[in-house]
Design a protein around this ligand. Structure first.
Ligand code: ISL
Ligand code: CA
Length: 542
């Protein structure tokens, strides 16, 4: 029997199955590929894996458009393969978290195929329909993927609502039948023995009335809208019947409300907030903003201190690679970021390839892009009159495809991901950056991750200790302490490309601080320290 709140001590790993490991030579990663690599995840020190959607889907949004919730996509394998994966993972004491996508379905889902047939179809109210003409939508709200949130249907002369692509119609949560169907489906998966869910886009399930007037925030009409708590409470009641872990993707939920969402009586065990990795500054900017990262993570760490729990991440399948956004693609930068991520308070999620230092891809043509939102964004920029090279530079800057290139396992053709041409190009840097480096170098990024994970697991202060941000005004140094009644730890990371100096209070007894981990030369803690680019140190007071 697994103990309650097991997820507080756990380290998670996110698998984007299409790009993880191809076992049957079709250029697409699959479930048997994941099975092959479970020992690799154990070696790293992982406790649970979150797998991006593997359900039947026309793949307009790579699996986030589901056409059958209870079937495995043939690209990934069969239900038997899934069962085998679950069993093998459990035998290795690895848990499996599935993606739960219930804000919308695919437009090819049988419910929607029925719904669009006629005004009086029994499935009509499974989705949101409103009177419209071909020219004039019910209102002027814009979708996350660009363009109107409404798509006109000729047959019934109404439009349906979608916050993402037009092939992803939003489910109508007001309809009790819809909720009943969803809850049954959720139970079906939980009864199968999975260990939890990452709940997709869940802050969008409630919508304002269609005549709601947008003031500042264009997403306000479908982002954390009042009334959502009823549905979230119903979901919580189901999850509570099972000893599973839940992490809600809660875009637009402010840290002031985090307790409702993740506290002792919150809707989920933890949430993915999206603030800290928001695009700051001009659209074309290359670097992530370190002051913003510090400020925002600090807010989330402190507001959840009393009641709540953070889900920690620096990159995922929707973002570029953190070593490229905040770093300079080097192993030192990758290790510096790992030091920050793995010692914060919360449950860390490592995104596949992050532990070997995988970088952004140098896209040079729109043909190399697969992500629907990037292609749409590029087209919008062209339509606005921008020249091709400029539009491409801006569109690919934050493209989701940077993190979706195939996993670089070793220095062989296609990085060892597949024996045939993969669905998305492998980054040309695979001869240098790949998982097999760990067997060649004891100083590999992988080993650094392994060491941090081990340290975290054997140190209560790094699980439960209070977080405090130090040097809050420093533009590039990310420094914090983790403290319990008996221990104090100091995490000190220069995230900048230059040398910098930091100072700590003269009153500290520096003889008491010992260095535990560093990504560079050993350096004792002093009231004045000079740090070079991407230098990271972890100290403990004894
Ligand atoms: O807030 C948003 C954009 O500013 C949206 O974040 C949204 O919550 C986020 O993009 C949701 O992402 C998830 O759902 C999408 C899917 O395309 C992503 O891959 C997934 O992570 C639709 O299912
Ligand atoms: Ca395959």
């Amino acid at each position: 029997e697994t103990k309650k709140n097991w997820w507080k001590n756990a380290v998670g790993y996110q698998i984007y199955p299409r790009s993880f490991k191809d076992s049957n030579h079709d250029g697409i990663g699959d479930l048997n590929g994941i099975r092959e690599k479970l020992p690799y995840l154990k070696e790293l020190g992982i406790d649970f894996v979150w797998i991006n959607p593997i359900y039947a889907s026309p793949n307009v949004d790579n699996g986030y458009d589901i056409s059958d919730y209870q079937a495995i996509h043939e690209d990934f394998g069969t239900m038997e393969d899934f069962q085998a994966l679950l069993n093998e993972a459990h035998n290795l004491n690895l848990k499996i978290i599935m993606d739960l996508i219930v804000n919308h379905t695919s437009d090819q889902h049988p419910w929607f195929l029925e719904s669009k047939k006629s005004l009086d179809n029994p499935y009509r109210d499974y989705y949101h329909w409103a009177d419209a003409t071909r020219e004039v939508p019910p209102n002027d709200w814009q979708s996350f993927f660009g363009g109107s949130t409404w798509t006109y249907n000729e047959t019934t002369e109404q439009s349906y609502f979608h916050v993402f692509a037009k092939e992803q119609p939003d489910l109508n949560w007001k309809n009790p039948k819809v909720r009943h169907e969803i809850y049954q489906m959720i139970r079906w998966w939980l009864d199968l023995g999975i260990d939890g869910f990452r709940i997709d886009a869940i802050s969008h399930i409630q919508k304002e009335p269609w005549d709601f007037k947008i003031t500042e925030n264009q997403w306000a009409p479908f982002m954390n809208v009042a009334g959502i708590e009823l549905y979230l409470e119903e979901l919580k009641a189901i999850f509570n019947e099972y000893n599973v872990m839940t992490v809600g993707e809660a875009s637009g939920v402010p840290h002031q409300e985090a307790t409702d969402w993740t506290g002792e009586n919150g809707y989920f065990n933890m949430i993915f907030e999206l603030e800290h990795c928001e695009r700051i500054g001009t659209v074309g900017q290359q670097k992530g903003s370190i002051p913003h990262l510090k400020h925002s993570l600090n807010q989330w760490q402190t507001s959840l201190e009393a009641d709540g729990w953070n889900a920690l991440y620096l990159e995922n399948h929707d973002t570029p690679r953190s070593v490229s956004v905040y770093g300079d693609d080097t192993p030192e930068a990758a290790k510096a970021l790992a030091t920050i991520l793995l010692l914060l308070k919360g449950t860390p999620f490592i995104y596949q390839g992050q532990e070997v230092g995988m970088t952004n891809y140098p896209f040079s043509s729109i043909e190399e892009i697969n992500a629907a939102d990037t292609i749409h964004f590029y087209q919008t920029l062209l339509d606005q009159g921008m020249i091709d090279t400029e539009a491409l530079a801006i569109a690919v800057n934050w493209s989701r495809d940077h993190s979706r290139t195939p996993f670089q396992w070793e220095n062989t053709l296609h990085g060892g991901f597949s024996t045939v041409e993969p669905w998305l190009r492998v980054n040309d840097n695979y001869p240098m950056i790949n998982a097999a480096q760990k067997d060649l170098e004891s100083s590999s990024i992988f080993h650094y991750y392994q060491t941090l994970i081990r340290l975290r697991k054997q140190t209560d202060a790094l699980i439960d200790g209070t977080f405090e941000l130090l040097l809050p005004e420093h533009p590039t140094v990310f420094c914090y302490t983790r403290t319990t009644e008996t221990e104090r730890w100091l995490i000190l990371v220069q995230l900048g490309r230059e040398e910098t100096t930091v100072s700590f209070p003269d009153s500290w007894d520096y003889a008491k601080w010992v260095e535990i981990i560093s990504n560079s030369e050993t350096k004792s803690l002093h009231s004045k320290l000079c740090l070079s680019n991407y230098e990271a140190h972890v100290y403990r007071e004894i």
